[in-house]
Design a protein around this ligand. Structure first.
Ligand code: NAP
Length: 301
């Protein structure tokens, strides 16, 4: 029997394990893929307080090292569901079942991909899903942002502070995101909107060199030379396996507020997988701590 079973080995999950172990609780982290989560794909993290610069992979390996040295157990297994039996929460994987007194869901999100040629091959070589992580690498260069939601608008605004030109490419001629940011972007000389356009291909030999665009209204194609492309077409949570035990919102995020409590007593949600406004490394770490301490309190009650 584990005191705290953590589903997901990203920043939120591993921080929860550190707090759980330090509180003397028997903790296990079950991760379906590689430990580290989203941040591992960031070449350089420069916005984590107290650490001026670190690669995402080093950051996450340090976290894993810290959690396991404190005694957290780890398993690489795909969690398929959770059920409750006589007050015990059973984490079910394809291979095993793990009885736990409390559970922290820290499953993160995945960025929605465009699914166009060149996207996967050039990820990390000019294709990025995180402007705040990677924008600095494109100082003085021309870049594109794809998407029309608040994330894309904020990314374009952020990048306009570093890049010579920012092209904001959106598939419709109306933005989904906040109008006040659109108005601010309209005033910027180095931001250009390319509307009713979709990306057909991301091209470049070893690095992104250009985008091939489809213009819906004219039916024509064009080429846009850029050094980087920031894809902000939404995020997809991965919570289907838990929909029968915790409540999700309409977009599939786990309903939980800043106390990380879900609709099911003893099951907590931490990090990007839960309903929240700001999805950052710092807020994932903060949630990990909050959820672990809430789990400790729940076990003691
Ligand atoms: P989002 O609101 O879902 O917007 C995704 C955008 O990508 C939409 O404009 C959509 O176009 C476009 N898109 C989706 N699939 C596409 C595809 N295959 N090809 C081209 N374009 C595609 O996602 P988000 O901007 O990441 O925001 C997620 C949530 O976080 C939203 O609720 C948002 O309000 C919130 N958020 C809040 C803040 C804040 O400061 N409060 C900041 C960022 C995000 P269509 O418009 O045509 O569907």
């Amino acid at each position: 029997m584990y005191d705290i079973g953590i589903v997901g080995g990203g920043t939120a999950g591993m921080t929860a394990a550190i707090y759980g172990q330090r509180a003397g609780k028997k903790t296990i982290i079950i991760e379906g893929g590689a430990f580290g989560g989203q941040i591992t794909s960031s070449p350089n993290v420069e916005n984590y307080p107290g650490i001026a610069s670190v690669s995402g992979s080093e950051f996450s390996m340090n976290l894993l090292d810290q959690a396991t040295k404190l005694g957290a157990e780890t398993k690489t297994e795909q969690v398929t569901g959770i059920r409750e039996e006589n007050g015990t929460k059973i984490i079910v994987t394809a291979e095993n079942e793990y009885p736990c007194r409390s559970v922290i869901l820290a499953t993160g999100v995945t960025h929605r991909h465009l699914g166009v040629p060149g996207e996967e091959r050039l990820t990390g070589a000019g294709v990025s899903y995180c402007a705040t992580c990677d924008g600095m690498f494109f100082r003085g260069r021309e870049v594109a942002v794809v998407g029309g939601g608040s994330t894309a608008l904020q990314d374009a605004e952020f990048l306009s502070g570093y890049c010579s030109n920012v092209y904001l490419i959106h598939r419709r001629d109306e933005f989904r995101g906040e109008d006040n940011i659109v108005k601010r972007l309209e005033k910027k000389e180095n931001v250009e909107f390319i509307l009713s356009a979709t990306v057909k291909e991301i091209a470049g030999e070893n690095m992104v060199e250009k985008l091939i665009l489809n213009h819906k209204k004219t039916g024509k194609e064009s080429e846009l030379p850029v050094a980087g492309v920031f894809i902000a077409v939404g995020q997809i949570p991965k919570n289907d396996a838990f929909a029968d035990i915790v409540r999700l919102d309409g977009n599939g995020f786990i309903l939980a507020s800043e106390d990380c409590m879900t609709s099911h007593p003893g099951i907590f949600a931490a990090g990007d997988c839960r309903t929240k406004e700001v999805r950052q490394l710092t807020t994932a770490a903060a949630d990990g701590a909050v959820a672990a301490l809430a789990a400790c309190k729940y076990i003691a009650e």
